[in-house]
Design a binder for this molecule. Structure first.
Ligand code: PLP
Ligand code: COI
Length: 342
């Protein structure tokens, strides 16, 4: 059965699909992969995920390409990152082959929800792992549930590839200096909600977080990394409190392929006055251009895009990334996994 959704007007929301895929860890090993058509999880009220935040997740996308084939972008990178997140908060790491099988299976089983080529939408894949053991002491669970759910999505920022304004707000940090920022832990997102909602109320699309120790350097941009173009160079923060973004890593490679110099280094807040382009980058955000950065604490406005248009290098990088994901241009770095038979 084909699915009729208004593919070109999807938002970044949740639309139920047919199946999700699950695997349980107990007695020191991962069990069989199970397919479920239920959106509900049965769990103990004393599970560590509920009390002590043992929850980690991933985000990746599948695309219907120009040639009709379905491609999942860089799934090995997400497999590695969820293992790193698991180790970071003492959860059982999901083996890469289980991650791979379950992601492909979830896409295959929900093929009718993969948006058509040309719609601008994609199938968002959300793997997540939770601590399931019933306990009240603060220590790691011995039982885990790993699941992969999918949902068709449009752009994360409703503006799509149009510049938006963001803000700096020193009142809140989303992570601690040597804390969980480098891992994709649910608690980081809980810690970002108050600042995020305040920013939205003030009309900003996201908060540009500063390093939580000195509040001197740029860290990341809400649920995305930050990059800027300065004198033709791609600059992006090197920081121990940000998530290593697969999208950012890919854009850095594509920039180098284009002969653009890349620098991963500290970016001071003052330097925002000298940049020519900026964007928030991530699986959901892709590369969302930034028009203005408003420092709310001292009422300074850094105007990145005076004409309100995306910058030329950001546009080139965005187009190239999309073209690789959609099979319009060769996948020179073997980033895509083709899902056969869908
Ligand atoms: N930073 C944060 C806090 C995120 O939630 C995300 C989204 O996954 C990113 C950066 C971008 O990472 P990626 O490009 O791997 O999606
Ligand atoms: C992603 O880009 O995949 C994210 O996880 C960001 C956000 C939706 C939490």
């Amino acid at each position: 059965m084909n699915t009729e959704l208004d593919w070109s007007n999807l938002s970044f929301g949740y639309i139920p699909t047919d199946y999700n895929v699950r695997c349980r860890y107990s007695n020191g090993k991962w069990g069989e992969i199970e397919v479920s058509s239920s959106e509900i999880i049965n769990m103990h009220m004393a599970a560590t995920a509920l009390h002590y935040g043992q929850e980690i997740f991933e985000g990746l996308k599948a695309f219907r390409g120009k040639d009709g084939k379905v491609r999942i972008f860089r799934l090995e990178e997400n497999a590695k990152r969820i293992q790193s997140s698991a180790t970071g908060i003492k959860m059982a790491p999901v083996p890469e082959d289980i991650f791979r099988k379950m992601v492909i299976e979830a896409v295959r089983l929900n093929a009718r929800f993969i948006p058509p080529y040309g719609s601008g939408a994609s199938l968002y894949i959300r793997p997540l792992e939770i601590g399931m053991s019933a306990q009240i002491g603060v220590h790691p669970a011995s039982e885990y549930l790993f699941m992969v759910m999918v949902t068709p999505v449009g752009p994360y920022f409703k503006e799509g590839f149009r510049p938006t304004n963001i803000c700096i707000m020193r009142e809140f940090d989303r992570v601690a200096p040597k804390g969980t920022g480098r891992w994709k832990v649910g608690g980081n997102y809980a810690a970002s909600l108050e600042a995020g909602e305040r920013a939205h109320e003030l009309g900003y699309s996201a908060v540009l977080y500063l390093d939580p120790k000195e509040k001197k350097y740029v860290d990341e941009c809400g649920p995305a990394n930050f990059f800027a173009i300065k004198d033709g160079v791609y600059i992006t923060p090197a920081s121990e409190s940000i998530l290593p973004s697969v999208t950012n890593k890919s854009l850095m490679t594509l920039a180098e392929d284009m002969g653009i110099k890349v620098e991963a280094r500290h970016i001071t807040v003052d330097e925002l006055g000298e940049i020519d382009e900026a964007a928030a980058c991530g699986t959901a955000a892709v590369a969302s251009p930034i028009a203005e950065i408003h420092d709310l604490d001292n009422d300074t406005k850094y105007i990145v895009s005076p004409d309100g248009e995306p910058g030329p290098i950001t546009t080139k990088l965005y187009n190239k990334l999309r073209a690789v994901q959609l099979g319009e241009e060769p996948d020179e770095h073997s980033w895509n996994t083709i899902v056969e038979g869908v």
